[in-house]
Design a protein around this ligand. Sequence first.
Ligand SMILES: Cc1cc2nc3c(=O)[nH]c(=O)nc-3n(C[C@H](O)[C@H](O)[C@H](O)COP(=O)(O)O)c2cc1C
Length: 171
Amino acid sequence: MDVYQCIRSRRTVREFKPDPVPEDVILKILQAARWAPSSSNTQAWHFIVIQDRNTLTTLGEICSQGRFIGQAPMAIAIVMENAPRPQLDAGRALQQMELMAWSQGVGTCFAGVRDPAQQVAVKELLGIAEEMELITVLPFGYPAEGPRKKGTPRKPMEEIAHRERFGQPYR
Ligand SMILES: Cc1cc2nc3c(=O)[nH]c(=O)nc-3n(C[C@H](O)[C@H](O)[C@H](O)COP(=O)(O)O)c2cc1C
């Protein structure tokens, strides 16, 4: 799949088949993260691969914005350690993971874990040190078959792209 096709066809997936994600695909997803760019090449990230059914179920119970984690066959928690720009670096890595997964037929959904109590609970469950920054828990799996949902629209190009100066139409 070429890069544009991958970017253009990717959609967030919140319903997964129970089929496991093969180990070689998991490794490709991790390599995609590992080769992401980071601020001053700090690479201050950690990726926790979770396949234990009980842990996945508990994560789905904890994460109010990501109940679907409980149905996924696998999840990867992204944690930053002393990163100068944690959100940016993690964002670069997780987008690469998402696209690599999609190119292999595997979907995911960014599950926000912003509630402080949920953050503590996830960190305790996964053995993550308090001072580390938990960015997200990404569930991965093959998209469940079902009626196709309406796509997520995008703003028209005219609304977001400018030429030379803000407000001048790009085209
Ligand atoms: C930073 C960020 C946080 C998000 N948080 C959640 C979330 O907590 N729960 C959820 O179901 N989807 C979440 N999403 C998924 C978005 O709702 C989704 O990407 C958006 O609606 C566009 O749909 P698409 O990815 O299918 O193009 C998040 C996406 C991003 C980029």
